[in-house]
Write a protein that binds this ligand. Structure first.
Ligand SMILES: Nc1ncnc2c1ncn2[C@@H]1O[C@H](COP(=O)(O)OP(=O)(O)OP(=O)(O)O)[C@@H](O)[C@H]1O
Length: 776
């Protein structure tokens, strides 16, 4: 793996056209002597009156590559901006990123002694009053540069949409749509920047962007920046940019040769093909092998972050509040972990995901950024923290699961190895099904090398184990039962399972999982969150964009459950048809698992008692039913079965109806009637079912059109013959009335559905788009 040092470019003073003294002072005060390649490539082009599309690796200094031109362009203006006029707008997909850009911008302005007033425009206010206060404050400030998220910026620049419907393309369709007054005037806007442009589209901000484009002058400069570009960007480029210059920064390898890779040359990425029930041991061993460092661990879902945060905090930084049973229990738990994980420095555990309130997100961000020296820090997060965040000095990024959006992979890894620092990344791959992901990333210019499987030897030291993971033969034969049982391997097995186990026995990993289960058995919060995390992970697996690699059917679901330290597998449709024998249920009545929080536990016990009483009462009333271990899961299953049955019924009914309709249409060959029936398919059904009123209607229609004698004739003929045929068949079989009722009922239901949909649409439409920056 390459460990090249990135080549910084020339000194700032070498730029042509030259930067102003104030900006040169600022970059020098920041301690940046030379430009990074992306800065050297972008600044002169952007300042030379060209729109730019910039693609450069993570951590390559893109932020300054647009902040400096923005300030320079405003400095070069001939006329001054008025109090309510803005000269530049920078759009970012997330609040964190917007805040980060704003901080850098503020710092550069301060260090350069310029008098520009930047303003941060993001959602996340806790109330409408706060929002109103923020607006007033912004108007008082009279900002020159706005940095923010798309929805809020749209409200600020275009005015808040009070009435009207916004389509995906950003046009307002409903007549009588009304926007409030814009809070600023963008009439003299000089420059627009879209940071993480592909993400802006992925998050569905197209409409807001289009609205912003239509409210700002066409004669402006626009820059589009990202480490990854998606195909959808073409449309955005056409809509918002004019003949843009493309700046693409290639990475120089150690020997100076130019190689095509999407990641910095200082970043080394390892993949580890590892059974999912051994990931926890691998992560802890990896940490143990290094000094106090900063780690980011990515998970697919918020629920997984919440669960592992609680679990790791309890294991790695246990305290009297976290461990029930007082000091003695705390000591015992520490003793139990010691042979499995032992480091001499303190470790703090943090979590960050999109469902956390903004304040907490910010606090986590700051705490992890300002970690005391000598302390290791682990930040557990979802992809909300994958893009753009410049967390200082992250040593290693671990991906517990590959991201559902392949583009996120490079962004996740890019939180380390920033601005010339070296960094490591590790991604876990499930054996037997996900190996193709390695080639998939190679093709996307993200090279990876195999990482080592770590084992603990008898003296407790961590050693690299020999694992044969290259053989395709073994790969294809590996299934859920193949990898762990060494003893099992000596027993005769069916043909497919006769391969040698790929992974060595790892009793310490099993001990670790036993410890996790014991913890869950004594802490309801962890027990419940574990189940939630597992279910949400399995569901998120179905959402992988690369579904041909991440095939739900091949997901080693039982091993994953074991790896999560579950006490039992929750009942879920994805487990149907799987062999669950390998999973050993933890012997405990789960009702007895307490919350550590006394008040919460008290409430739970009261609720439980009430539920039991109600259950007893029901039992006395009804004949006894089959005993359920988990009432909630069975109820869910029953609901699912009922839903399936209903769907089947509807499908059958629909098929029957279409067949009937087709048959009728085939029988009737009058063109005018066919036209009428095409316009009103129910007419055919009514006719078929001898609804007198409808027949009369049809006859009337035919008679009232004397110009169409043929139609009248054929209609009457058809109706009469149909009546005769029906009369005959009704005398022997009178089952069609229910069918008719169905049709009428379906028509009625359709009407109601349409009405409801219209109502819902109305409701959605009043929702404030400015607050919709939902990440995750
Ligand atoms: N010329 C420079 N010399 C040294 N360090 C720099 C220079 N320019 C920027 N940096 C530093 O590099 C780090 C990464 O910069 P920045 O956040 O702009 O990267 P980025 O390309 O936007 O990354 P991402 O794609 O992940 O958002 C920051 O900590 C920044 O302070």
């Amino acid at each position: 793996m390459t460990d090249a040092v990135p080549t910084f470019g020339r000194p700032w003073a070498a730029l042509q056209p030259p930067l102003s003294e104030a900006i040169l002072d600022a970059v020098s005060s920041l301690g940046f002597e030379k430009m990074t390649p992306v800065q050297e490539g972008t600044i002169p082009v952007f300042l030379g009156n060209s729109d730019v599309v910039v693609e450069a690796a993570t951590g390559s200094g893109k932020t300054l590559a647009f902040i400096i031109p923005v300030l320079e362009m405003l400095l070069r203006r001939n006329t001054q901006l008025g109090h309510s006029e803005v000269g530049a707008v920078i759009i970012s997909p997330t609040r964190e990123l917007a805040k980060q850009i704003f901080t850098v911008l503020e710092e550069v302005i301060k260090l350069s002694n310029l008098e520009f007033k930047p303003y941060l425009v993001v959602g996340g206010s806790t109330s409408a009053t706060n929002t109103a206060d923020e607006l007033t404050q912004m108007k008082e400030t009279g900002p020159d540069i706005l940095v923010g998220t798309p929805g809020r910026l749209e409200d600020t620049i275009c005015g808040r949409l009070k009435r009207g419907k916004k389509t995906k393309s950003g046009t307002i369709t409903a007549t009588g749509s009304v926007r409030g007054r814009p809070s600023v005037s963008a009439a003299k806007l000089e420059v627009l920047v879209l940071d993480e442009a592909d993400r802006l589209l992925d998050m569905g901000f197209e409409a807001s962007l289009t609205a912003i484009f239509s409210s700002i002058p066409k004669q402006r400069r626009t820059g589009l920046f990202s480490a990854t570009m998606s195909e959808g960007l073409g449309q955005l480029v056409r809509a918002g940019l004019r003949n843009p210059a493309r700046v693409q920064v290639k990475v120089a390898d150690r020997d100076g040769s130019i190689i095509e890779r999407r990641i910095p040359s200082t970043l080394s990425i390892n993949y580890l093909i590892c059974p999912p029930d051994r990931k926890l041991a691998q992560v802890l061993r990896y940490i143990q092998c290094n000094n106090a460092q900063k780690y980011i661990i990515y998970f697919s879902t918020c629920a997984a972050v919440d669960y592992f945060f609680r679990l790791l905090r309890r294991m790695l930084r246990p305290s009297a509040e976290l461990v029930p049973g007082g000091k003695q229990a705390l000591k015992q738990e520490r003793q139990r972990l010691k042979p499995l994980f032992n480091v001499s420095y303190p470790i703090s555990v943090h979590s960050l995901h999109g469902q956390m309130v903004q304040k907490k997100r910010q606090a986590t961000f700051e705490a992890f950024s300002e970690l005391p020296s000598g302390e290791a820090g682990i930040l557990l997060c979802t992809d909300v923290a994958s893009r753009g965040l410049d967390l200082p000095d992250v040593d290693c990024v671990i991906q517990w699961d590959p991201p559902t959006d392949p583009k996120s992979f490079a962004h996740r890894c890019g939180r380390t190895a920033r601005a010339g620092r070296s960094g490591k990344a590790l991604v876990f791959i499930n054996p037997g099904s996900e190996e193709a992901y390695i080639d998939f990333l190679m093709l996307r210019k993200i090279p990876m090398t195999a990482g080592s499987y770590l084992l603990q030897n008898k003296s407790g030291s961590i050693v690299e184990a020999d694992v044969d993971i290259e053989s395709d033969d073994e790969m294809s034969s590996l299934d859920e039962d193949d990898h762990s049982d060494n003893e099992e391997s000596t027993k005769p097995k069916p043909k497919k399972e006769q391969k040698l186990p790929k992974f060595p026995a790892d009793p310490e990993s099993d001990q670790l999982l036993d410890m996790v289960r014991d913890i869950a058995a004594g802490d309801r919060e962890i027990y419940e969150r574990g189940k939630l995390a597992f279910v949400s992970f399995v569901q998120s697996y179905m959402k992988h964009e690369a579904i041909y690699i991440f095939r739900a059917k091949e997901l080693p679901i039982v091993d994953i459950g074991r790896g999560y330290g579950l006490l039992h597998l929750p009942s879920m449709p994805e487990l149907r048809g799987r062999s669950l024998d390998k999973f050993k249920r933890y012997e405990i009545d789960t009702d007895t698992i307490p919350y550590l929080d006394a008040k919460r536990e008290e409430q739970r016990l009261v609720r439980l008692a009430a539920e039991k009483e109600a259950q007893m009462a029901r039992k006395e009333k009804k004949p006894q039913k089959k005993k359920n271990d988990e009432a909630w899961s069975n109820a869910k299953e029953e609901k699912e079965t009922a839903k399936q049955r209903k769907l089947k019924r509807i499908k059958k009914r629909d098929a029957k109806a279409s067949a009937e309709e087709a048959r009728l249409l085939k029988e009737i060959n009058d063109p005018k009637l066919l036209e009428m029936l095409a316009k009103d398919p129910l007419l055919a059904k009514r006719m078929l079912n001898r609804r007198e009123k409808s027949l009369k209607d049809m006859r009337d229609i035919a008679i009232s059109k004397p110009k169409l004698p043929q139609v009248r004739q054929s209609l009457e003929e058809i109706i009469d013959s149909e009546r005769q045929r029906r009369a005959q068949s009704h005398s022997s079989d009178d089952s069609s009335s229910s069918d008719e009722d169905d049709w009428e009922a379906i028509a009625r239901k359709e009407k109601i559905k349409a009405k409801l949909a219209a109502k819902n649409k109305k409701r959605k439409f009043t929702f404030d788009p400015g607050f919709s920056e939902g990440e995750d």
